[in-house]
Design a binder for this molecule. Structure first.
Ligand SMILES: Nc1nc2c(ncn2[C@@H]2O[C@H](COP(=O)(O)OP(=O)(O)OP(=O)(O)O)[C@@H](O)[C@H]2O)c(=O)[nH]1
Ligand SMILES: [Mg+2]
Length: 444
């Protein structure tokens, strides 16, 4: 991954050093992005869709106020890379039931056994009781390999040293884990077989016997864009719920592995970034791209643009007359995300602010109180139903009491928020009316 990070960090530094982005530099930057991605083994069609999107958006969209064109170009690169990696969401790593059975499959040497231990440590740190079952009867030493790892991470272990019966081990192993009230059972399987067909058949048999809550395919990222084909082969035999990409640290092809797996429709949950047991990360496209682009100081820029865009979207909704409490909820989220209220109050149009804010903007303590109030409002909105958010008019006294209780505030607090909503609504109607009047005056 290092070469990829270096290449992108250099590119970003170069863009930032430009005076401004003219046609020739835009072309050059796009070509460089292509080169970097192709070198990372990203397939040509994915590369082209990334650079096309950047180019089109750069030509079509205007940078938000206060953002230079080169900053905007970096931002588009950031956004389109995230999109190619599956978007901004982070995978859900919660264990949804107890015990939860997680089965690992993958070809020989992909990193299953190491990964089993990494996952065990990861969830033990989250206070779960974790058990490891070794069903690999082919690789010499597989039993000892996982047993030792289990001891290292303090997980329960079940295996049978001389058995040749994977399904028997599995049955007894599950039984052992149930009796020991384990929360998460991780089943390691064999990768070494006479041929691929045999491997897949055994994976299927173990799947049918274990009835796992999740099948996680372990793929070695060093195979680059071929990862998708591997995932698809496995999917023909066993439903794959998630993917663990290993050896991200030791390959220049990480980009290809990631994008191809994502394009195949499989969900990447974790990545392995080293041989050590702690070298595991939840796959978070945003964080990943930030690292690629050598962010740090770029983060402020990205946050700034995102906040401005969000505000713009909310304003558009409001202008379309779609004001409801959901709009206000979104608005509060974007405000709270931005941090200190005093700073961002300057960013917002005064008409968007609750009356009581405008006068107090300069007074620090009052600003703190206002921030507290916003937080309170956020809790209140959280304890409303979707219906209430969309149709605030239905909120009567008994609903107010329920909402207040759920949010841990007083009914008066809820009423305060509802008053603010009514006030905004009146203001918007007034603005609309006066616009119409103005429209008639100028003969629109
Ligand atoms: N650099 C690096 N090495 C890894 C990572 N994950 C696993 N490995 C190494 O990959 C090699 C194979 O790992 P195993 O866990 O034994 O792979 P396996 O899939 O269980 O192999 P079989 O049981 O033969 O199918 C070991 O040397 C691991 O240390 C990773 O994220 N980064
Ligand atoms: Mg193994």
């Amino acid at each position: 991954m290092k070469p990829l990070i270096d290449a992108f960090t250099n590119l970003v530094a170069r863009i930032r050093g430009l005076n401004y982005v003219d046609e020739a530099t835009l072309r050059e930057v796009l070509r460089e992005i292509q080169r970097i991605l192709l070198r990372a083994d990203v397939s040509a069609d994915v590369v082209s869709s990334i650079t096309k999107a950047i180019e089109e958006r750069f030509r079509r969209e205007k940078p938000p106020e206060g953002v230079t064109s080169k900053e905007f170009l970096i931002y588009l690169l950031y956004q389109e890379l995230i999109k190619a990696l599956g978007g901004e969401g982070i995978p859900d790593i919660n264990i949804t039931k107890r015990p939860y059975k997680l089965m690992l499959i993958g070809v020989e040497g992909s990193g299953k056994t190491t990964t089993a231990a990494k996952l065990a440590r990861f969830y033990i740190r989250r206070n779960l009781r974790v058990g490891l079952i070794e069903t690999d009867v082919y690789r010499p030493g597989a039993y000892h390999q996982l047993k030792q790892l289990a001891e290292k991470v303090n997980a329960l272990f079940y295996g049978e040293e001389d058995s040749k019966d994977p399904l028997g081990i599995l049955r007894r192993g599950l039984d052992f884990m149930f009796r020991n009230k384990v929360d998460l059972i991780i089943i390691d399987t064999a990768g070494r077989h006479k041929n691929e067909e045999e491997l897949l058949k055994e994976a299927k048999a173990i799947y049918e016997e274990a009835k796992p809550d999740e099948v996680m395919l372990v793929i070695d990222a060093t195979i680059g864009k071929q990862a998708a084909a591997q995932a698809e082969t496995f999917m023909k035999y066993v439903p794959i719920n998630s993917v663990f990409l290993t050896k991200m640290d030791s390959t220049a092809k990480a980009g290809g592995a990631l994008t191809s797996v994502i394009k195949s429709g499989a969900r990447i949950k974790f990545i392995g970034v080293g041989e050590d047991i702690d070298d595991i990360e939840v796959f978070d496209p945003r964080r990943f791209v930030s690292r690629l682009l050598g962010m740090g100081d770029l983060e402020t820029l990205i946050e700034k643009i995102r906040a401005i865009e969000e505000e713009r979207e909310i304003m558009e909704e409001i202008e379309e007359g779609k004001l409801n409490l959901l709009t206000i909820k979104k608005q509060l989220d974007s405000i709270l995300k931005l941090g200190p209220l005093s700073k961002i109050l300057e960013l917002l149009p005064a008409s968007m602010l609750p009356i009581q804010f405008r006068a107090v903007m300069m007074d620090e303590e009052k600003v703190r109180n206002a921030q507290e109030m916003l937080r309170r409002w956020r809790y209140i909105l959280d304890s409303m139903t979707k219906e209430e958010l969309l149709n605030p008019e239905i909120i009567n006294a008994s609903r107010i009491r329920r909402i207040a209780k759920g949010a841990g505030v007083t009914p008066k607090d809820v009423k305060e928020l509802l008053n603010y909503y009514q006030l905004m609504k009146r203001m918007i109607n007034q603005i609309k009316k006066s616009r119409k009047k103005l429209g008639r005056l100028v003969g629109e």
